[in-house]
Design a protein. Structure first.
Length: 87
């Protein structure tokens, strides 16, 4: 039990750091294409060539972070429940 209590400040700190990251930078690099927006291929001569657009990020190279997606869904639920309109 005491080991859990010892770990709590560290877990709270990590959670707050991730919340700050999600607030400051809600988008991260796409995991499939590495943020390039497309598959990068090598030609026979060794030159790099841009391939098709990434299907996961639709060629943007960005993805919405999990924490930001959670925040957006909670904010939408709050707006729907209180009847407050978006500005």
């Amino acid at each position: 039990m005491s080991s859990l209590l010892d770990a709590m400040p560290g877990l709270i700190f990590l959670t707050l750091c991730y919340a700050v990251i999600c607030a400051l930078s809600p988008f991260g690099a796409c995991r499939k294409c590495g943020g390039w927006g497309a598959v990068i291929r090598r030609t026979h001569s060794g030159r790099l060539k841009r391939g098709r657009d990434c299907r996961r990020c639709e060629g943007q190279g960005l993805r919405l972070r999990v924490g930001r997606r959670l925040y957006n869904s909670i904010a939408e639920l709050y707006r729907d429940g209180t009847g407050k309109a978006r500005r």
